[in-house]
Design a protein around this ligand. Structure first.
Ligand code: ITT
Length: 209
């Protein structure tokens, strides 16, 4: 079975990571055909992320795209939660410091705010939301790590990857490949739960709560 899925995101890094993970065939020989909003026929996808939780915002995105396309739609709402900042920036990670900052400036702002703290503990959280005519279902993933003391210039990644150190690999998220990230990340944990949910189902591809 081929599942056609529209991705309710404007973040090209997320599209890359999700495509990479979903492009592998499912155990039962099913596979995914993933469409960006543009490929699904949506010229401007601009959801209002007015929720105060990852779950609310993920739902807003997947339900809006499904309404616009009639194609089963998948959204990710995610962010970094820092212990010493009482879980901030959390759901506001993409807007931390205001809309005008770029990824690097946001990461450096976080480093500034943590300057005097010895507690560097943080976690990435992702909620994956999947909407069809039958409703919406959600899955969550988390990964724990530490905020570095300085921005890591080397490597790639996006968002807070260059300041998120992952002790089990002894590297930060910007220094690992997409394939490595997809074995351990918050987004991949949530997506794998979704894939298992689909793989375990018999009958129609989705029959949601
Ligand atoms: P969409 O809403 O269009 O999907 P977005 O980037 O605005 O894209 P979110 O509202 O979910 O997405 O905000 C997530 C932010 O959290 C993202 O912009 C990054 O700053 C950060 N983030 C989430 N996952 C990350 C990851 O794997 N690596 C680095 N930063 C991440």
């Amino acid at each position: 079975m081929i599942y056609q899925i529209a991705l309710a995101t404007g973040n090209s890094h997320k599209i890359q990571e999700i495509q990479n993970l979903l492009s592998k065939n499912l155990a039962n020989a099913s596979s995914f055909h993933v469409l960006s909003p543009g490929e699904a026929g949506v010229i401007k996808f601009a959801p209002q992320e007015t929720g105060t939780t990852f779950s609310e915002n993920a739902r807003i995105k997947s339900e809006l795209l499904f309404t616009m396309t009639d194609i089963p739609s998948l959204a990710d709402d995610s962010g970094i939660c820092v212990d010493a900042l009482d879980g901030q920036p959390g759901v506001y990670s993409a807007r931390f410091g205001g809309e005008n900052l770029n990824d690097r400036e946001r990461a450096e702002l976080l480093l500034e705010k943590l300057n005097f703290s010895n507690n560097r503990k943080a976690k990435f959280v992702s909620v994956i939301s999947f909407t069809t005519a039958e409703g919406t279902i959600q899955f969550e993933g988390r990964v724990e790590g530490e905020i570095l003391k300085v921005y890591n210039e080397s490597g790639q990644g996006f968002g807070y990857d260059p300041i998120f150190f992952y002790p089990p690999l002894n590297r930060c998220f910007s220094e690992i490949t997409i394939e490595e990230k997809n074995k351990i990340s918050h987004r991949s944990i949530a997506l794998n739960k979704f894939i298992h949910y689909l793989a375990e189902r018999t009958g129609p591809p989705v029959n949601l709560l």
